[in-house]
Design a protein around this ligand. Sequence first.
Ligand code: HMG
Length: 432
Amino acid sequence: MSATISGFSKLSKSQKIDWIVSHYLSNSETAKQTITQYFNVDSKLQQLHDEFIENTISNYYLPLGIAPNFEINGNVYAIPMAIEESSVVAAASNAAKFWMQRGGFKAEVISTTKVGQVHFMFNGNVKDLEAYFNTIKPKLITDTKVITANMEKRGGGILDIELRNKTKDLNNYYQLHATFETLDAMGANFINSCLEQFAKTFKAEAEKYLNAPIEIVMSILSNYVPDCLVRAQVSCKVEDLTHKGISGKAFAEKFVRAVNIAEIEPYRAVTHNKGIMNGIDAVVLATGNDFRAVEAGIHAYAVKNGKYSSLTHAKIENGIFTFWMEIPLALGTVGGLTGLHPLVKVALDILGKPTAKELMQIVAVAGLAQNFAALRSLTTTGIQEGHMKMHLMNILNQFNASKEEKESIVNYFKTNTVTHSAVVSEIEKLRQ
Ligand code: HMG
């Protein structure tokens, strides 16, 4: 079933489909139908999607859901979430509703600095290199003026460039470590263009000042943005947490213990943070941002003290329960997919066309809410009750349940615990 090909990229879309179907899929007619049934009837819209990436053969759908009732700094948002996992949108909505009745979420952007580096090797005198860097630094900046002019007009641009000596960690290794303000743009293209120009200027002039060559290894932004930070928080009197028959005090104490466990135990911390990322990724994806960059940056931040740990924290002080999180988030609300993907535009409109700073706050809140909902379930009913309640429809769809079967089974599980085997057994009973 395996095959190789040269020139796949040059084939038309239908030739690509024919090739993949004939070489990799046994039931070729059904497979072809499955692939093509996701084409958009509007050929312009389809072409737009085809051109987002390369070698496109179809569209891959994810559901877009809405978690309403998010009060953030006094404004109420309905948050769009693109995600495949059942119970995430319900959990976010549930936490939003819960906290709306208790003062809502507070969020603040702490800093917005982004980073890029030119990595280079130099096997000469460090003092000469330092002197050269100080001489050339103004030219590094002026040589990028064509790239930075518009960003500077808007109030952003290059913040600083430092020479960093990393030779203790790797022989002959140095960096130009640059910091940027990119305002409402995520800034990847802007930063990378500046860095590549720094590298050119830095190398071009080096021969005049240094008696050893500079070898540029690469110039690239960093997705680690510990100085592009946002904080999200909820807080209320402990007794106000009383809910569905569970006392606020007992709940708050157990909740704080659950967070403490994630703070010291990496096995738990990873799952705990995965729950946070359920909320973060879904909003990042819905708003056309780069969830891989966000994931990489946030997990690096979770290990900033040398041990992987919880991103959220909780405490009870003087009868007040506080639950909060600080995370790095480099997001854009202009550029990239934000102006191209029609549903991304709708998602940003739903959020009231936020600035990047506002989006940072919304995304962080979605992560905090998600973690609150998951921990509340974990420390009270257990996760399976709510999760399986939401997953029920997926199991029914796996068994091609009819509308009548679905109605009857959903009704049955209003008062019975959902497990995979219990659902299967109910379907079998109905079908006998
Ligand atoms: P519930 O208390 O049974 O909900 O919670 P309810 O029926 O009383 O409804 C209350 C509100 O919840 C609703 O208000 C909605 O806001 C929301 P309303 O709309 O009626 O005014 N809600 C829903 N929203 C949309 N569709 C629904 C729906 N049902 C309730 N069908 C719930 C049920 C599932 C929300 C709750 O049990 C929960 O939050 N569970 C946690 C689920 C979760 O965290 N899922 C993530 C996947 S599990 C995971 O991957 C992460 C994990 O491993 C992370 C970790 O370990 O930390 C758990």
